[in-house]
Design a protein around this ligand. Structure first.
Ligand code: SAM
Length: 250
C-alpha cells in the first residue's frame, strides 16, 4: 500500500523539471552571475551569521538553489532530499557553478544514518520543508543528531498559521489543523507554486502542520538552545498574502 512518502515523492519528482525551467527559481541567473544568491538565502542573510568555512547540511534541498547559495557564502555543503531528480539537478547545478556538493537521495528521517552523526556545524532548512513531515519531534532529533557539539540549526519556514487558513477567503477561515495531528491533510491539485503552464499528473500530496510552540518545544527537547526567533509578515509561498510583493520568487 502506498504511504505518504510514495505520494509526495512522485509529486516532487514531477515538479523538478518544472521548477528548473521556471523563472521563479532563477537557474539562469546562477549560471550568469557568480555572486547570485537565491531570494530565500538573500532574505536569510541578516540572521544567518557567517557560514564561511563551516560544514553545513541542507535538509530537503530540492533542486539545490539555496544549497549552492550557501556554498557561495563559503560553507562546505552537503544536501539531502528524497527526490532523485532533485538531487541530480542539485549536483549538476553545483558542478556547473564549480562548487563542491556532497548530495544524497534519502528520507530526512534517515539523515543521521546517511550523513553521519555529529558531523555538521550547521543544519539549514528552508521554506516549505516541514509540512511534508508527520512528526516534528522525530525531525528535531535528526537535526540534533547531525550537529557537532555547539552546532547550529537555521530554520526558516512559512508561518504555521498560514497553513491553517483557507486561501482566497481573505484568510478569515481557520480550515486546517494548526497543531500537528496524526492524520495528514490530503491535497488534490494539479499545480505548483512557480510560474508555469504545465499541469502535474501526480496530484495527491499528504501534508502536516506543526504549531510554532510544537516546533520550538521539539527543538528544545532534542537538546538545542534558542538564540532567536523572528516572525515575518510575508513568505514566498503560494498560500501567502503577497505582503511584500515577492510572490513565490525563490
Ligand atoms: C518546497 S521544497 C523545500 C526546498 C526549498 N525551500 C526550495 O524551494 O528549493 C520541499 C522539498 O522537500 C522534499 N521532501 C519532502 N518530503 C521529504 C522527505 N520525507 N525526506 C526528504 N525530502 C523530502 C521534496 O522532495 C522537496 O524537494
Amino acid at each position: 500500500m502506498a504511504d505518504y512518502r510514495d505520494y509526495n515523492k512522485a509529486n516532487w519528482d514531477e515538479r523538478v523539471p518544472v521548477h528548473v525551467a521556471s523563472p521563479d527559481y532563477h537557474v539562469e541567473q546562477f549560471l550568469a552571475d557568480p555572486s547570485y544568491l537565491s531570494g530565500v538565502v538573500r532574505f536569510d542573510l541578516p540572521r544567518l551569521g557567517d557560514v564561511s568555512g563551516l560544514r553545513g547540511v541542507h535538509l530537503q534541498c530540492h533542486i539545490g538553489t539555496d544549497t549552492v547559495s550557501l556554498a557561495r557564502l563559503g560553507a562546505r555543503m552537503s544536501a539531502l532530499d528524497f527526490s532523485a531528480p532533485a538531487i541530480e539537478h542539485a549536483r549538476s547545478l553545483a558542478g556547473r557553478l564549480g562548487l563542491s556538493l556532497d548530495a544524497h537521495v534519502a528520507d530526512v528521517y534517515d539523515a543521521v544514518r546517511v550523513l553521519g552523526a555529529a558531523s555538521y556545524d550547521f543544519v539549514y532548512t528552508g521554506i516549505g520543508a516541514l509540512c511534508w513531515l508527520p512528526d516534528i519531534e522525530r525531525w528535531a532529533s535528526v537535526v540534533a543528531g547531525l550537529l557537532k557539539p555547539g552546532g547550529r540549526l537555521f530554520l526558516r519556514e512559512g508561518h504555521p498559521m498560514l497553513a491553517s487558513l483557507e486561501p482566497g477567503t481573505d484568510y478569515a477561515e481557520v480550515r486546517y489543523p494548526y497543531f500537528e495531528v496524526p492524520e495528514p491533510v490530503v491535497w488534490e491539485g494539479g499545480g505548483t507554486y512557480v510560474e508555469t503552464d504545465l499541469e502535474l499528473r501526480t496530484t495527491t500530496t499528504h501534508e502536516w502542520n506543526h504549531g510554532l510552540g510544537q516546533v520550538i518545544s521539539a527543538v528544545q527537547q532534542a537538546g538545542l538552545t534558542f538564540d532567536s526567533l523572528s516572525e515575518h509578515d510575508s513568505a514566498p509561498l503560494e498560500r501567502a498574502p503577497r505582503a511584500d510583493d515577492r510572490g513565490c520568487d525563490r
